[in-house]
Structures are given as structure tokens and as C-alpha cells.
Design a protein around this ligand. Structure first.
Ligand code: CP
Ligand code: NVA
Length: 310
């Protein structure tokens, strides 16, 4: 990791992943056993969001409360940021009031700028480029369902977007195979792909990230199929065009039947039934989307427990 921030999973090595995954599993076990945990009593988490959120916001809020701390939601529009107060000034003030800051915004650079002036941990709660905490909790779900993520074939189907980019970042350090089936004009960012592959090369690990424009090739023998919306937040203007481009990339029963018999189907949610995923698959026996959503809370507890100084 780089300092006490979670900005991008490319900053994580295998031992960082282990630390977060093990802590989240322990905290989940403790929570299920009804044990109280007040380790973050007296601490405050700021959540600075300028995009909508159901899961990430509320699971971070619940995570903080369950650990004895207090979350404070900060809508960017209601702060002086909306009237052009510089990030440098905002962050140096927030340093005095709160103990960690989770940010959801469009620009990855904006979050990096906050991190530059932060004395407290800064957590990426989604940008247009990455969604690191989502993939941390998703890997937790994969491990719960499959025992390990090592050696699995994970198939991404759909848009080469922020969530896909974070899977690519994770594949730099972890030993699963990632197949991305995307329309050619929506292949994942080649720079992000190259960086992940160069990390593997540096550590003499074999290439494990493959991109194809054929969704059936991507899911063949897959252990996990993962999809996400075709129209991410901020892309609404391209909505109709995207729905046409992605029409052959729906995760439906026909596509799922080409994967392994016990394939696990994942979606970070919110889902658009009839677009990127059929209702039958989302509600069907392979789908683990509700467990995935639950695990966001357990992973966010681990994130706060590990990052916040006490
Ligand atoms: N998966 C996820 O990040 O959902 P929200 O947009 O509801 O936070
Ligand atoms: N790719 C989606 C993820 C939502 C959790 C978006 O950015 O809107």
C-alpha cells in the first residue's frame, strides 16, 4: 500500500490483499456471533460524495457505527467546494475534524489531490476510473463461495469501466485469470492493462489478463461471471447508443450455460434487468449479488479498522 490511503488497487501487493481479506472475514464472524466492537469509539469518518450511492455510502456508515465510531455524510454541493474553495484548503481543515475521509467523485486526480494534503486516510469510494473497495469486498465473496481466488477463471462481461479497471488492478498481484469480454470500442483502458501486466512481469508471474470482443469466449469454463451497468454514472448522455452497442453482452441463461456448471454470477449493483443482466440470472441459483452487497459492509469495517489511527 502507499501510505494509509486506498486510492487504487494497483498499490496493493499480495500481503495487503491478505491483510484486508482476513480482517474482513474475522470482523464478519465476530458480527455474526453478536460480539460488540468499539475499537473506533470517538473517531469520525467523513463521506464526501458528489455522485449517488446506496450500498457504498450506507455500508460505510453502518461499518463506522458498528465499530463505535460516527459517520458524517458531506454532500459536496453543500460545501464550499461547490464555490471553488481549493482542495488544499478544504483538506487541511478536514484534517482537524475527522479521522478518515471516503470520497465518491468523478475524477481520480481530485481524490489524489485530497490525499496530497491529508494527514488522515483517504479512501476511494468510486471514481470514473476505479472502485477499489468494491473489488476488495468482491474478492472476499469469491473466496467465501470458491474457497480461494487462486487459479479461478473470472470473466468480466460488458463495459471496460471503473469496476473492470479495479479487477485489472487486483489481477496484477493475485493469481486468478481475468477474461474481459467487451465491445471493441469499450475495451478497458490500455494503460491500466499494460501497467498491471508489467507488475506481473516484474515479479516473474505469468500473464493472466486477456481481452476479447466475444462474450462467449470470455465466459467459456469460467468460475465467475461478473457484470456491471452499461451506462455508468455520468454517461447518461450516451445511454441509448450504449444499449445498442452492448446488446450482445447481456449476462443471460444462454451465456451462463457456457461457463462451468457451478459458475458464480456477480454484479456490484445497481442492476438493470433486461440490459446487462436478465432477471432470470440475477434472481437465479448462480447469483450471489445479495451476499456481495452484504460483504461491502464487512470489508468497509476492515478498511476502517486497519486505516484509522487509534
Ligand atoms: N456497488 C456500489 O458501489 O453501489 P452504490 O453505487 O449504491 O454505492
Ligand atoms: N460502473 C458503475 C458502478 C456503480 C457502482 C458506475 O460508475 O456508475
Amino acid at each position: 500500500m502507499q501510505g494509509k490511503n486506498i486510492l487504487c488497487l494497483l498499490d496493493f501487493d499480495e500481503s495487503d490483499f491478505k491483510l484486508f481479506l482476513n480482517r474482513a472475514a474475522d470482523l464478519k464472524k465476530e458480527f455474526k456471533a453478536g460480539k460488540k466492537n468499539n475499537t473506533l469509539s470517538g473517531k469520525t469518518l467523513g463521506l464526501l460524495f458528489d455522485k449517488p450511492s446506496t450500498r457504498t455510502r450506507i455500508s460505510f456508515e453502518s461499518a463506522m457505527i458498528q465499530l463505535g465510531g460516527v459517520p458524517t455524510f458531506i454532500s459536496s454541493a453543500d460545501t464550499q467546494i461547490s464555490r471553488a474553495e481549493p482542495v488544499a484548503d478544504t483538506m487541511r481543515v478536514l484534517n482537524k475534524y475527522i479521522d478518515a475521509l471516503a470520497i465518491r467523485t468523478s475524477s481520480q486526480e481530485f481524490i489524489a489531490e485530497f490525499a496530497k494534503y491529508a494527514d488522515i486516510p483517504v479512501i476511494n469510494a468510486l471514481t470514473d476510473l476505479y472502485h477499489p473497495c468494491q473489488i476488495l469486498s468482491d474478492i472476499m465473496t469469491v473466496i467465501e463461495k470458491k474457497g480461494s481466488c487462486n487459479g479461478l477463471k473470472i470473466a468480466w462481461v460488458g463495459d471496460g469501466n471503473n469496476v473492470a479497471n479495479s479487477w485489472i488492478n487486483a489481477a496484477a498481484s493475485l493469481d486468478f485469470e481475468l477474461y474481459l469480454g467487451c465491445p471493441e470500442q469499450h475495451f478497458p483502458n490500455s494503460e491500466i492493462l499494460e501497467k498491471a501486466l508489467s507488475v506481473r512481469k516484474k515479479h516473474n508471474k505469468k500473464e493472466n489478463i486477456f481481452v476479447t470482443k466475444d462474450p462467449f469466449e470470455a465466459v467459456q469454463h469460467a468460475d465467475v461471471i461478473y457484470t456491471d451497468v452499461w451506462v455508468s454514472m455520468g454517461m447518461e448522455g450516451e445511454g441509448e447508443k450504449r444499449k445498442k452497442t452492448f446488446a450482445d453482452f447481456q449476462v443471460n441463461s444462454k451465456l451462463v450455460s457456457c461457463a462451468k456448471k457451478d459458475v458464480t454470477v456477480m454484479h456490484c449493483l445497481p442492476a438493470h434487468r433486461g440490459e446487462e443482466i436478465s432477471n432470470t440470472v440475477l434472481e437465479g441459483r448462480h447469483s450471489v449479488v445479495w451476499d456481495q452487497a452484504e460483504n461491502k459492509m464487512h470489508m468497509h469495517k476492515a478498511v476502517l479498522d486497519i486505516l484509522i489511527d487509534r
